[in-house]
Design a protein around this ligand. Structure first.
Ligand SMILES: *Cc1c(COP(=O)(O)O)cnc(C)c1O
Length: 278
């Protein structure tokens, strides 16, 4: 049975949550550390303390085991082969898509597109949806809090096509200036591209409210979830996000894999030939 092969054990955080009753809720750091083999090593003669998880989280043994199992037992080309290994690899691959669908509460697994990371997911939207739908005179709103991944691709396409990028300012508190956001939104706005949680300040942006305001103007919203996916339950339907992106290497997963979620009506007309990634 392919699925018994690929079924990973609980993530360390899930296991921790299950074994800790709310009444005795303690955060057992030592037990959690044991899930991460890298934390057993020494750096400069001292036990490793790793505080860069927001940039790349370390990988728990459970995830390493899934990869080891895959390459040891059923590595094969997905969707192509007519043999047992190819069937098992395909089941694992599509099983992962189902899992990600559940993780984001997407309507349909076909809305989950695997990319190499958040950067590539955003570039995919820019070069497929953006290239087809943006024209001179149009406006794309980003915020002052964006990661370069959600700035540079828009700038490159704007330089080519001639649409305008406008920037939502940030208040002294670190929150987005929502009054300014409302003022910037107009019938010229075609898309709002903002992060869910800021990698610079940790600000949690009111993306649900921002989506509703964008939609009132007929604009779409792309949410960069690279920092939200590791820390909170993400519900793309509740947010009413048109596109949502995150990276594997920040959610205890492998490096070199990411996810783009898109509404089905938007994905269907996207031209694969124009989806070239920069
Ligand atoms: C890390 C990060 C990205 C880029 O992610 P990659 O995995 O490098 O593609 C984009 N946006 C935010 C908010 C990030 O934290």
């Amino acid at each position: 049975m392919p699925h018994s092969v690929i079924e990973p054990t609980l993530s360390p955080l899930q296991a921790s949550a299950l074994q800790t009753s709310p009444a005795s809720a303690t955060f057992d750091v030592m037990r959690l550390r044991q899930d991460f083999p890298v934390l057993a090593r020494e750096v400069h003669g001292k036990p490793l303390i790793y505080l860069d998880n927001a940039a790349t989280s370390q990988t728990p043994q459970q995830v390493i085991d899934v990869f080891s199992d895959y390459y040891s037992r059923y590595n094969a080309n997905i969707h192509r082969g007519l043999h047992t290994l190819a069937d098992e690899a395909t089941a694992a691959f599509e099983g992962t898509r189902q899992r990600v669908k559940g993780f984001l509460n997407a309507e349909d697994a076909r809305q989950i597109i695997f990319t190499r990371g958040t950067t590539e997911a955003i570039n995919l939207v820019v070069n497929s949806w953006g290239r087809t739908n943006l024209a001179p005179g149009d406006e794309v709103l980003i915020s002052m809090l964006e990661h370069h991944s959600n700035i540079v691709p828009w700038q490159l396409l704007a330089a080519e096509i001639g649409f305008t990028i406008k920037v939502i300012p940030v208040e002294a508190s670190g929150a987005l200036d929502m009054a300014a956001y409302r003022e910037l939104l107009s019938e010229r706005t075609k898309l709002v591209a903002v992060n869910h949680v800021s990698n610079a300040l940790g600000t949690v942006n009111p993306v649900q409210e921002m989506a509703a305001l964008a939609h009132q103007q007929g604009a779409l919203i792309l949410v960069d979830g690279a920092q939200a996916a590791p820390h909170q339950v993400v519900d793309v339907q509740a947010i009413d996000a048109d596109f949502y992106a995150f990276s594997g290497h920040k959610v205890y997963g492998p490096t070199g894999v990411g996810v783009l979620y898109g509404k089905q009506a938007l994905l269907k007309p996207c031209h694969p030939g124009r989806a070239a990634v920069r």
